[in-house]
Write a protein that binds this ligand. Structure first.
Ligand SMILES: Nc1nc2c(c(=O)[nH]1)N[C@H]1C(S)=C(S)[C@@H](COP(=O)(O)O)O[C@H]1N2
Ligand SMILES: [Mo]
Length: 316
């Protein structure tokens, strides 16, 4: 996502009313952010939060790509996690006070057995390493070795009813440790959602680690969604609540700018973002577009059948 800084916002820009107002609020709140960040940050430069605890005994997955993996440093210092600020280096710098443990995830809604899981219970589910291509809507990509378990494991434990058509993921809102939420950049807390068949697809992962260690805060500790055939913003970080619901949830970026970001958000080189092309991407750390973007980010074989008969230009 590209959020403009106040100095980049021209009065001549034509924007829908809601976005315009949001930008006005952004400008007003900007002074506040400066002050808040100064108080909250202990380090002086971007540093991976080497939370560091190792995860052992995970299996390898047949779903992994053998493309070259990004370096740990890329994955942990170039992040989108707006609750900690909108610059790529902000999440690593500003998440040091965030407390990812103890943690619980409430699972509720259209299920026969609603349940609250402690993070340690979830860590006991069989974990697997999945090396996935990840494509951000901003046209950059990385290859990341996640550790996690399929979302459908959670569904099996809570038993969705026949009314469960969508799954909503609500993420953490901790104003004391998240300096970015003082700005109305998004309608906090960040909420994402999937159609139930997308959520149940074996590619949909609940990640608890990267490489061989627990997730650093900037990557969505202690547990985040990973949906590799969709733009990165569908992969909600630091999940606290999962709701099985009947109606399609209103999700964060759709609420912020629905003409730019839809509910489905499937990676699709044939549907340009209104402000830029999606045909190519820069595979970090390259500065240049050095990869052709693939339909469903290269995962068409596993997921194309979910969208048979849908007009993906309209349902972007
Ligand atoms: N809660 C929350 N989750 C989020 C975001 C965010 O701002 N807040 N950003 C999204 C975007 S745009 C991307 S590209 C990915 C980035 O994940 P990574 O930093 O672990 O690669 O997280 C997604 N999940
Ligand atoms: Mo993204």
């Amino acid at each position: 996502m590209l959020i403009k800084r106040p100095s980049d916002i021209l009065p001549s820009e034509i924007t829908p009313e809601g976005i315009y107002r949001r930008r006005r609020e952004f400008i007003k709140a900007a002074g506040l952010l400066g002050a808040g960040l100064a108080a909250g940050v202990s380090g002086t430069h971007a540093q991976a939060q080497a939370g560091g605890a190792k995860i052992t005994g995970f299996g390898k997955s047949k779903f992994s790509t053998d493309e070259k993996q990004n370096a740990y440093k890329d994955v942990t210092t170039y992040n989108n996690y707006y609750e900690f600020g909108t610059d790529k280096s902000d999440p690593a710098e500003n998440s040091k006070r965030f407390k990812p443990r103890p943690w619980t995830v409430v699972v509720e809604g259209e299920v026969k057995k609603p349940r609250t899981f402690g993070i340690d219970d979830l860590m006991k589910l069989p974990q697997e390493q999945r090396v996935y291509r990840m494509r951000c809507v901003e046209a950059w990509s990385m290859v990341i070795p996640w550790i996690g378990f399929e979302f459908n494991q959670i569904a099996k434990l809570v038993e969705p009813t026949s009314k469960a058509k969508f799954v909503e993921f609500v993420t953490a809102l901790q104003p004391e440790t998240m300096p970015g939420v003082r700005l109305p950049v998004l309608d906090w807390p960040y909420v994402e959602g999937l159609r139930i068949d997308e959520a149940m697809n074996p590619l949909t992962l609940m990640a608890v680690g990267i490489y061989d260690e627990v997730l650093p805060s900037q990557n969505g500790a202690p547990i985040r969604l990973v949906v590799p055939w969709k733009y990165g913003f569908k992969s909600a970080k630091s999940i606290v609540r999962i709701r099985f619901v009947e109606k399609q949830p209103k999700v964060a970026w759709e609420k912020a700018a629905s003409q730019e970001y839809g509910f489905y958000s499937n990676v699709n080189p044939d549907v340009d973002h209104p402000r830029w092309s999606q045909k190519t991407e820069k595979r970090l750390p390259s500065f240049f577009a050095n990869h052709k973007t693939q339909m469903f980010n290269g995962y068409a074989e596993q997921v194309a059948s979910l969208y048979t008969g849908m007009d993906l230009k309209k349902l972007y």
